[in-house]
Design a protein around this ligand. Structure first.
Ligand code: BDR
Ligand code: CA
Length: 324
């Protein structure tokens, strides 16, 4: 039976790739996409989700708009990284029609009160914190929460110590991690330690294009700006695609390994947004997270390509040579 998931995200270039992976994976049913302010303002994010759904021929998947600002701190978008349209300055035609009959939190609440449902969170955790505040009973029914965010030993991408999703709304991340601690459950923390290793290179893009011109052209179009950004800021030829790893890990737990720990989020000061991972059990608190630290990079790309291009792993032999 397909597992039901809601993707809470801020598309966003890598969010879009993650949505494409989820929609191409038969093990899961994407019940809906909820949008949070993050990389892009919410309405732009909702429009981008619809553009991706249009490309995937899946406009049946409903998109709901959520928080337009973080809980407490001022909203800081990441359009410098994702382009003026939030989708790599691809400026694809607008696709109207995200759902306005309810907001993201209401959709999450209603869905969670029904069939068993998990959440893959690819943006700041504002919608989920609001869900917890408004409907803790529904929040408690989240089967599994996989969250792209945070970092353990890896450096941050917004400060020396903080990753964007948790830095953008540290109060929300704090509420959600705390709620999981109270409920004796664990968040799967797919942080920069593992996502930084997922680099989509020009060779991989070209390979994708050669195998499937339509999909390859779409991915090339939305990632070009992101590649330029990585060259300019990190002197990297390629771009780090964080969010698809969270979906891939949801599909296959063998892709990443890590350890259980209590995780707290810094909500103020120079370390704002930092994930304080109590790997050495100083706090003597029950673990509320599985902190992922190792990833099978080649296996990720086999899965990513196989699903997006509708191919078999054994027909993707060049990945062996391209991915180091
Ligand atoms: C995260 O921040 C966003 O820019 C990406 O979409 C990803 O979710 C990485 O820090
Ligand atoms: Ca994201």
């Amino acid at each position: 039976m397909k597992r039901k998931v809601i993707i809470d995200c801020d598309p966003g270039i890598d969010d879009s790739l993650a949505i494409m992976l989820a929609l191409s994976s038969p093990e899961i049913e994407v019940a809906g996409i909820t949008i949070v302010c993050g990389n892009a303002p919410v309405e732009m994010g909702a429009g981008n989700a619809r553009k991706v759904l249009q490309f995937m021929n899946r406009l049946d998947v409903p998109v709901y708009v959520g928080a337009e600002k973080p809980l407490r701190r001022a909203y800081i978008n990441a359009l410098d990284t994702h382009g003026a349209d939030g989708l790599g300055e691809s400026f694809l035609p607008e696709v109207e029609g995200y759902r306005t009959d309810m907001d993201a939190v209401t959709f999450l609440r209603q869905s969670l009160m029904g069939e068993t449902c998990s959440v893959i969170a690819l943006g700041p955790l504002t919608n989920l914190a609001n869900l917890y505040k408004e409907a803790p009973d529904a929040f408690a029914r989240i089967e599994e929460l996989v969250s792209m965010g945070g970092n353990y030993k890896s450096h941050g991408n917004c400060s020396p110590v903080a990753e964007y999703n948790y830095w953008a709304d540290p109060d929300a991340a704090d509420i959600v991690y705390d709620a999981f601690a109270r409920q004796h459950k664990k968040i799967h923390m797919v942080g920069l330690d593992v996502t930084r290793q997922i680099v989509l290179t020009p060779d991989l893009l070209e390979y994708m294009y050669r195998l499937d011109a339509a999909c390859g052209a779409f991915v090339k179009k939305i990632t070009k700006f992101y590649l330029d950004f990585h060259w300019e800021w990190e002197h990297l030829i390629g771009c780090v695609i964080n969010d698809p790893l969270a979906v891939a890990y949801f599909l296959n737990r063998e892709l990443c390994r890590g350890f259980e720990a209590y995780v707290d989020i810094e909500t103020d000061g120079i370390s704002i947004g930092q994930t304080v991972v109590d790997a050495y059990d100083f706090y003597k608190k029950e673990a509320n997270a599985i902190v992922l630290t190792e990833v099978e990079v080649k296996e990720f790309f086999y899965l990513f390509f196989a699903r997006l291009l509708h191919m078999k792993k054994e027909d993707l032999d060049l990945i062996e040579q391209i991915v180091k």
